[in-house]
Ligand binder design. Structure first.
Ligand code: GTQ
Ligand code: FE2
Length: 363
């Protein structure tokens, strides 16, 4: 093929206008923003402080009832990099939800899968396809894709928990379905914690080389009580002297991630422990369960303490330091990346130079 003589500016202008008109885009003008050398997530490293979350959750408790129509008293974490979208990161929904004693968040189901990590309180149970899963602080509860679920408030204390969903992933795949249950609640179950009674004596953690293996079936175990998680972390920490020990909550039948799309893990950082900087593909939400410390994310220091929630976007370098020891819960989309051959990680032997400190929004 030969090229014609150099085109005139007029010819080119007309050509580009006609392309737009015909709904065609010339790759040569947009390739640099599409095929970046490394991931460039729109979501920014960000932190929501416990103080702001608590204060606004308290106001929601006073001002907003939970019933059909409103359904769930949920405050979603909206990453400012996402331009008004209510997502914590491009692939992850993160939120805090609160319920007063005796309240009910009515039954429904949806194709996005969800996990709950309890921050405070007890007495609430989430009924998942007929199994009433009791919740207290530090417990992980699963409400997998298309399982009916409702939250029932306990008799005494209110409760605050973290919700994580794969909603943005399911939305990107154009596969959102939602259905309200015909009644406010599912039939009252005869017993609570059936999945725990059935699978509770099986191995339900993976430690060491975490694989975030994906299986299309979700875990049949729907609740991972804190007492077991804590005992396992204590055992791991006693067995070595690494700055941080980690476990992944897994499907007790096959060691796969709790949901096909989502991996959950708990990390215990020793007093004065400092981890190496690492970047990974995939987004991660960190929920500070206890303790205090700081994480450096792409050179910015994020100070944190119990109840804070922060986001480490894909391929951002991150390292953690604890003051007197800390427990961090994480939610990530790693199983999807691994299943698709997109998972990468890069360790850095050097601590990151710190260029600034993040100031969380207050109220
Ligand atoms: O508790 O069922 O944060 O359906 C978002 C969607 C929680 C829930 C969220 C939900 C729920
Ligand atoms: Fe739901």
């Amino acid at each position: 093929m030969t090229h014609d003589a150099a085109p005139t500016e007029e010819e080119l202008d007309e050509f580009y206008a006609d392309l737009r008109w015909a709904d065609l885009y010339p790759l040569w003008t947009i390739t640099d923003e599409l095929l970046t050398p490394t991931p460039r997530p729109k979501a920014q490293p960000w932190l929501w402080s416990n103080k702001a979350l608590r204060e606004l959750a308290d106001r929601a408790l006073r001002l907003i009832p939970v019933e059909r129509g409103g359904e769930r008293r949920v405050l979603s974490l909206g990453n400012p990099g996402l331009g008004g979208t209510p997502y914590a990161a491009g692939t992850l929904w993160g939120a805090v939800q609160c319920l007063r004693p005796g309240e009910l968040a009515p039954a429904h189901r949806h194709s996005p899968g969800a996990i709950r990590f309890v921050l405070e309180g007890d007495g609430v149970w989430t009924t998942v396809n007929g199994d009433a899963c009791d919740m207290s602080a530090g417990d992980l509860v699963l409400t997998p894709s298309w399982n009916w679920h409702e939250h029932t408030g306990g008799a005494e204390s209110g409760m605050l928990w973290f919700d994580g969903l794969d909603l943005p992933i399911v939305e990107a795949l154009d596969a959102i379905f939602f259905e309200p249950y015909p009644e406010l609640r599912q039939p009252a179950p005869d017993a609570h914690n059936v999945s725990l009674a059935t699978y509770g004596d099986r191995e339900r953690f993976v430690t060491g080389a975490v694989t975030d293996a994906l299986h299309p079936d979700h875990s049949p175990l729907l609740v991972y009580p804190w007492t077991d998680t804590d005992a396992r972390l204590t055992q791991l920490a006693a067995a070595g002297d690494e700055p941080m020990v980690s476990l992944e909550y897994v499907n007790p039948l096959n060691g796969a991630s709790v949901l096909p799309t989502l991996a959950c893990a708990m990390h215990r950082i020793r007093a004065a422990g400092e981890t190496r900087a690492v970047r990974r593909t995939g987004n991660t939400i960190f929920v500070v369960f206890s303790g205090s410390g700081a994480s450096v994310i792409d050179g910015v220091r994020f100070d944190w303490s119990a109840g804070d929630i922060f986001v480490v976007p894909s391929w951002s370098a991150v390292e953690h330091r604890a003051d007197d020891g800390a427990d961090l819960f994480t939610l990530s989309d790693t199983p999807v990346l691994r299943a698709l051959g997109l998972y990468r990680e890069q360790q850095s032997p050097e601590p990151q130079p710190i260029s600034g400190t993040f100031t969380p929004r207050g109220v």
